[in-house]
Design a protein around this ligand. Structure first.
Ligand code: GDD
Ligand code: MN
Length: 385
């Protein structure tokens, strides 16, 4: 028989560059939670500041501290899900790693879940008058407020803070939601609630969102687009069975066409048609690649040397896409001479965007072995040349 009391709570803390906050979090949990009733799992995405090493150092002398270290992906939601899956306790708490979440409300939240009064207890920044003090700017507050209205309306909820990153839930609630979880972005609470059937019984409690002490917010700039992708995944992909990433990719490509035209017009005068078209194509490709790398594939973003290698592969694959485009369009045009020429042209363009998406999904941003080998081989080639 073990001599220690049973574990009641696993605290999941996603981290990216939170080295200076780790020890303080553990200290605060220790001061707040009953001894021996908890563990804390930090889920770190290879933070350059050495957060993982910091967690390991603590974990060597404190068995309540655990680390999940990921090297090939990024993202708050997926980090939380992996932490929950690794939890030993039946009840899990999800909390930011920057001390903005006030741990003193945890015991009460856990108690409500433990006694079955709720399946999920969310800590809300908007239930007390000064609760949202820690929101970094007025702009951020405005974005949050409209995001909340939108989230409630779209998903049929009535919560004061459906986007909070601070909540306690039974582990099995998350496990049952797994098949439908989007895992993209950082709307993990919303993701869990809307992926569970029946929906969990949710209770909200107020807490005061503190200002950040060390490090900086990683979400500020991406909030809106992130929400948009999540919306696509949850609402659109259910009816049109295409991934949200494809819709995002296609939209950015559509903007890329405008970029192409905007570049072509001024160039055509000096360079002549063919050269201007070539340069405009390259500019549009660079635009598509960079923006998709930034937003569509933010969780697998290629950086440093890999960024350039990725662009070479991207450009080659998209050039094949142009060949497919012309092929399909002319085939249709010749096969069905009665068709308005616009239709074969549109079909060609559609084939191209599908090809570009699938091919780059696998070979540029893919994590399969073949894609990784291709990238390594190419960077060696470039490195030697
Ligand atoms: N593992 C991992 N991977 N952790 C991440 C990542 C990532 O890609 N991005 C952010 N984190 C961690 C941060 O280190 C921090 O512990 C926590 O997730 C929240 O990130 P912040 O960058 O501090 O977010 P915020 O304070 O701007 O956003 C707050 O409000 C959001 C809603 O508007 C947080 O409470 C979020 O949880 C919440 O969704
Ligand atoms: Mn924060």
């Amino acid at each position: 028989m073990s001599q220690t009391a049973p574990l009641l709570l696993s605290v999941i803390v996603p981290t990216f560059n939170e080295r200076d906050n780790i020890a303080e979090i553990v200290r605060r949990l220790e001061a707040t939670l009953p001894p021996q009733s908890w563990e804390v799992i930090f889920v770190d995405d290879a933070s350059p500041d050495g957060t993982a090493a910091g967690v390991r150092a603590l974990a060597r002398t404190d068995r309540r501290v655990r680390l999940i270290s990921r090297h090939d992906r990024r993202g708050l939601s997926s980090a939380v899900v992996e932490g929950v899956l690794a939890a030993a306790a039946d009840i899990v708490a999800v909390m930011d790693g920057d001390l903005q979440h006030d741990e003193s409300v945890l015991p009460g939240m856990v108690e409500q879940v433990r006694t079955g009064r709720a399946d999920l207890v969310a800590a809300s920044r908007f239930l007390s008058p000064d609760g949202a003090d820690g929101l970094s700017s007025d702009a951020r507050l405005a974005i949050s407020t409209s995001g909340i209205r939108l989230a409630n309306a779209v998903f049929g909820l009535d919560m004061s803070d459906p986007l909070t990153g601070f909540f306690v839930v039974r582990r099995d609630v998350v496990e049952r939601a797994l098949p439908e979880l989007s895992g993209l972005g950082f709307k993990i609470l919303l993701d869990i609630i809307t992926s569970s059937h029946p929906r969990p019984r949710v209770v909200e409690v107020p807490f005061r969102f503190r200002a950040r002490q060390h490090g900086e917010s990683k979400l500020d700039k991406r909030v809106m687009y992130d929400f948009f992708l999540f919306f696509l995944e949850k609402k659109v992909s259910r009816f049109i069975p295409v991934p949200a990433r494809f819709i995002s990719f296609a939209m950015i490509n559509a903007i890329g066409i405008l970029v192409h035209l905007a570049a072509f017009v001024p160039l055509a005068g000096g360079l002549g048609f063919a050269r201007a078209q070539l340069v405009a194509t390259l500019i549009a490709m660079a635009f598509n690649y960079t923006v998709n790398n930034e937003v569509t594939y933010s969780d697998r973003k290629l950086r440093g040397g890999k960024f350039y290698v990725g662009f070479v592969i991207f450009a080659v694959l998209c050039s094949l896409g142009v060949v497919a485009n012309v092929g399909v369009a002319s085939m249709l045009h010749q096969g069905y001479p009665g068709l308005v020429a616009l239709l074969p042209a549109a079909a060609g363009a559609f084939v191209t965007v599908v090809w570009n998406y699938v091919a780059t999904h696998v070979f540029v941003w893919g994590r399969g072995r073949l894609a990784q080998r291709l990238r390594i081989a190419l960077s060696r080639l470039v490195g030697q040349g």
